[in-house]
Unconditional design. Structure first.
Length: 504
C-alpha cells in the first residue's frame, strides 16, 4: 500500500501523549468484568453470530458516552442504513437524533462501499472522528471492511498501521463488530489477533427450545478480567449482563437456635436449627414441603421478625390462602411487612436475571428468614454447574448474614435428596415421603442430616391438620423408609393350653 492521505493522517492528527483511564460501556454489570471499562484508546473486537445483539451492545456503548459523559461518537455502518438504525435504537430508549442535531453523533451509512472506494471510506471515517473530536468509534462490521480489500495484506496494513495508530494515539476507543463467532473466517480471518486489544464474544445457543445467551471477555490488554462465561439478556432497554456470583467464605457462625414452628420437629432437632443455617426439605409432590415452609416463615412473623418467601411455582395469593387455612394471619403479616412473598416463573432466558433480583431483594428487605420453594424449578432450567454455583453463593451469603434459610426440593426418593449437588452445602436435610399403609396414604418425616447438632433418628408419621403439621410416632409399621411399609412382626401371646385341653 502506497503512502496516501490515510498514512498522512497518522502523521498530522496523532497525539504523542496517551492518558491512562477506563471507558465505561454503561452496560449493566459488564463494566465490573473489565475493571470499570475498556482501556482508553483501545480497539475491541466484538464477535458474535447474527442476532446475538452486537449492534445493540455497540449502540449502548456509544449512547452512554454521549448521554452520561458528553463524549462525541461516530458509528460507521456497513450493515444497516441510517433510518433503520435510528428507528430500532429509539425503540430501546436511545434517541440518537437529538445528539446528531447537537453535532455529538455522526452515523455513516456505508452499505454501498466497494473495493475501489475502501481507502476513501476509511479516510472519511477518520475525518468525521477528527471533526467531532469523537472519543468513541464503532465500525459495523469489521468483517465487511476487511472483505472490501482485494488483497488481505492491504487490509492488514490499513488496520494495523493507519487505523490502529489513529485510535491509540488520539484516545479514540473503538469497537470493531465482527460477524460470526470469534476465530472464524467471518470475524476477520485471524487478523483480529494482532489488531484488537480486546475480544468480547457473544454466544447464542438453543437449549430445550429456548435461546440462551452468554458473554465472555476472551482478551483485554492491561486489564485483569473476569473470563468466565456470563449470561446476558436483551429486553426493551437493551443488553443486561447477569454475572455468576462469587462464592465467598463464611466469616460468621452462630450458636443460637431458632424454632421451625413445628414443636415436635424442634424436639427432633434438639430445640430447632441453628441461626444462619440452611435446611433442605425434600419430597415428592404432595408430601407437605410447602406447608413446612409456611410454618417456618410464619413462626418468625408471629414474633415480629421478617421473612422473605420466594415461590417459583405457586401464586402468592394461593400461598396466603394456604397459610390462613391453618389459622395464621398471613394477610396481616404481609400488610405489616413481616412477610414478603414474591413469585417468579423461571425460564432459561430470564432465570439468571431473576436470581439477580433475589439477591437485590435480600439486600433491600434484610429478612431474618428466607425460603425458596422449590429449587427444582431452577434445576429444571439451568445447567447443573451454574445451578449449584448460584445456590452455593446464595447459601454462603445468607449464612454470613445470619439469615436462616429453608429450601424445598422436589425429589422422588430419599437417596435422590442426599445425592443432589447442593446437599453438601446445606446443614440440615429433612425427607418427606408418602407411604401406603393399611389401604391408606400416610406421610413420613425423617431427619437425614443435622450438622453440628444431635437429632432424633426415628421416622415419624405426620398429618396436615387444620392447625398445621402434627408429628407422631409411626406405630406398628416397619420398612417405611424404603417405601415398602408393612405391619411390624410382633411376638404373639402364648396359647392357653388349659382351654385347649378342656375343648378336647
Amino acid at each position: 500500500m502506497k503512502k496516501s492521505e490515510l498514512s498522512q493522517m497518522v502523521e498530522i492528527k496523532a497525539s504523542s501523549k496517551v492518558k491512562n483511564g477506563r471507558v465505561p460501556t454503561g452496560i449493566k454489570e459488564f463494566d465490573d468484568f473489565v475493571e470499570g471499562g475498556f482501556p482508553r484508546g483501545s480497539m475491541i473486537l466484538l464477535a458474535g453470530a447474527a442476532g446475538s445483539g452486537k449492534t445493540i451492545f455497540a449502540s449502548q456503548y456509544v449512547y452512554h458516552g454521549m448521554s452520561k459523559l458528553n463524549e462525541s461518537s461516530v458509528y460507521a455502518s456497513f450493515a444497516e442504513n441510517r433510518s433503520t438504525f435510528m428507528k430500532n435504537m429509539k425503540r430501546l430508549g436511545m434517541d440518537f437524533g437529538k445528539y446528531e442535531q447537537k453535532r455529538k453523533f455522526k452515523f455513516l451509512d456505508l452499505i454501498t462501499v466497494r473495493d475501489k472506494g475502501v481507502e476513501s471510506i476509511v479516510a472519511r471515517i477518520l475525518a468525521e472522528v477528527d471533526s467531532l473530536g469523537a472519543k468513541r468509534l464503532v465500525i459495523d462490521s469489521f468483517s465487511a471492511l476487511v472483505q472490501a480489500f482485494s488483497e488481505r495484506i492491504d487490509a492488514r496494513i490499513m488496520l494495523h498501521t493507519v487505523l490502529g495508530k489513529i485510535v491509540h494515539l488520539n484516545e479514540v476507543t473503538t469497537l470493531l463488530i465482527s460477524e460470526g463467532p470469534f476465530g472464524t473466517e467471518y470475524s476477520g480471518g485471524g487478523m483480529e489477533n494482532f489488531v484488537a486489544d480486546g475480544v468480547v464474544a457473544l454466544n447464542s445457543i438453543t437449549r430445550n427450545g429456548w435461546l440462551n445467551r452468554t458473554l465472555q471477555v476472551l482478551k483485554l490488554r492491561g486489564t485483569k478480567i473476569n473470563s468466565e462465561e456470563h449470561s446476558y439478556s436483551i429486553d426493551g432497554h437493551g443488553i443486561g449482563t447477569h454475572p455468576l456470583p462469587d462464592i465467598k467464605p463464611v466469616k460468621r457462625i452462630y450458636s443460637e437456635k431458632v424454632r421451625t414452628g413445628i414443636e415436635a420437629l424442634d424436639k427432633m432437632l434438639s430445640d430447632g436449627v441453628y441461626k444462619g443455617s440452611a435446611t433442605l426439605v425434600g419430597g415428592a409432590s404432595g408430601t407437605g414441603k410447602t406447608t413446612l415452609a409456611l410454618h417456618f416463615i410464619a413462626e418468625e412473623a408471629k414474633h415480629n421478625g421478617k421473612g422473605l418467601y420466594i415461590s417459583l411455582e405457586e401464586p402468592v395469593q394461593q400461598l396466603i390462602r394456604h397459610g390462613e387455612g391453618f389459622g395464621w394471619s398471613m394477610s396481616e403479616f404481609v400488610d405489616k411487612g413481616s412477610i414478603k412473598f414474591v413469585n417468579y416463573s423461571p425460564e432459561p432466558y430470564d432465570v439468571e436475571w431473576q436470581l439477580g433480583e433475589i439477591f437485590k431483594l435480600l439486600k433491600e428487605y434484610k429478612p431474618v428468614r428466607f425460603v425458596i420453594d422449590t429449587v427444582a424449578a431452577l434445576e429444571r432450567v439451568m445447567d447443573e454447574d451454574r445451578y449449584v454455583r448460584y445456590l452455593k453463593s446464595l447459601v454462603s451469603h445468607l449464612k454470613d448474614q445470619g439469615t436462616t434459610t429453608l429450601l424445598t426440593a422436589l425429589t422422588e426418593s430419599v437417596t435422590s435428596i442426599t445425592g443432589t449437588g447442593i446437599s453438601p452445602v446445606v446443614d440440615n436435610i429433612i425427607a418427606l415421603k408418602n407411604v401406603e399403609a393399611e389401604s391408606a396414604l400416610r406421610r413420613s418425616l425423617s431427619i437425614l442430616k443435622s450438622r453440628g447438632s444431635a437429632h432424633d433418628s426415628e421416622i415419624r408419621e405426620f398429618e396436615i391438620t387444620p392447625k398445621g403439621v402434627v408429628l407422631k410416632k409411626f406405630v406398628g409399621m416397619e420398612h417405611v423408609f424404603e417405601g415398602k411399609s408393612r405391619k411390624s412382626m410382633q411376638e404373639k401371646p402364648p396359647a392357653d393350653r388349659s382351654k385347649s385341653w378342656r375343648r378336647r
